[in-house]
Design a protein around this ligand. Structure first.
Ligand code: KIV
Length: 278
């Protein structure tokens, strides 16, 4: 069973942390059985599962619903649930109550929230309530309207310095790990060396203590734009399309269902029924 201590030990020993997103029981079970260290129920579910343009419409109810399904499928992986937009930004009280719901009702082991110095009061309060917090810095999708799109962060000296400061601050506030998204690899390496807590990168190079990817991207299920940092490890989308196309053609031709897919009945019973219904 992976815990906060497992992740910290992995950083110390140089054993890279593996994390993938999941949003449902079946996928979580497969990912867990493969031995991934942590599963993130990301608010990317807004785009991946619900078809929204970005993560901003995702609600606490959406997150609890999907997190509880994932938690039931994950036996060994450390389950982290995203705190959706406006579930923690407004007040410390909201932040603790909503983090608590993801643990109590969703069965998550930790919560993740976006932001640096601006959310440190929320991180400390949630940690005080005995809930592990994963921070998220860099290209934080809930700030898409402030960034003016999904743009790489930390390229200018001021922006890069602020990200380093933010990383130190979230660690001081009690975060147990930090996701670094969409920042230059060399900056992620500096941050990783400065922190005692693990960094988990997505579009942040291989100098991080671990990696996270959206599972639909890395399995070739995503249609439309795929970010540059994604590697497609398998073409599950093609396998699904082929299976569905075969199902349509075999159903239409009558080849499916075959004898082995059907239930039998005693000959006398059927003979009687045929007589009655002739
Ligand atoms: O919501 C999500 O899937 C995430 C990852 C991209 C880190 O936050």
């Amino acid at each position: 069973m992976n815990t906060v201590s497992t992740l910290i030990q992995q950083k110390q020993s140089g054993d890279k942390i593996t994390m993938l997103t999941a949003y449902d029981y079946t996928t979580a079970k497969i990912i867990d059985e493969c031995g991934v260290n942590a599963i993130l129920v990301g608010d990317s579910l807004g785009m991946v599962m619900l078809g929204y343009e970005n993560t901003l419409s995702v609600t606490m109810e959406d997150m609890i619903h999907h997190t509880s399904a994932v938690s039931r499928g994950a036996e060994n992986a450390f389950v982290v649930a995203d705190m959706p937009f406006l579930s923690y930004q407004v007040s410390v009280q909201d932040a603790v109550i909503n983090a608590g719901r993801l643990i109590k009702e969703g069965g998550a082991n930790a919560v993740k929230l976006e932001g640096g110095a601006d959310v440190c009061d929320k991180i400390s309060a949630i940690v005080k309530a005995s809930i592990p917090v994963v921070a998220h810095l860099g290209l934080t999708p809930q700030s898409v309207n402030v960034f003016g799109g999904f743009k790489v962060q930390g390229k200018s000296i001021e922006n890069a310095r602020r990200l380093i400061e933010d990383a130190i601050k979230v660690q001081e506030a009690g975060a147990c790990a930090v996701v670094l998204e969409g920042i230059p690899a060399k900056l992620a390496e500096i941050i990783t060396k400065k922190l005692v807590i693990p960094t988990i990168g997505i579009g942040a190079g291989n100098g991080c203590d671990g990696q996270v990817l959206v599972y639909t991207d890395m399995l070739g299920l995503t249609t439309g734009h795929i970010p540059k940092f994604v590697k497609c490890f398998a073409n599950a989308g093609e396998v699904m399309r082929q299976g569905i196309t075969d199902y349509i053609s075999e159903t239409k031709s009558g080849d499916f269902p075959a004898e082995k897919h059907t239930y039998s009945i005693d000959e006398e019973v059927i003979a009687e029924l045929i007589k009655e219904n002739d």
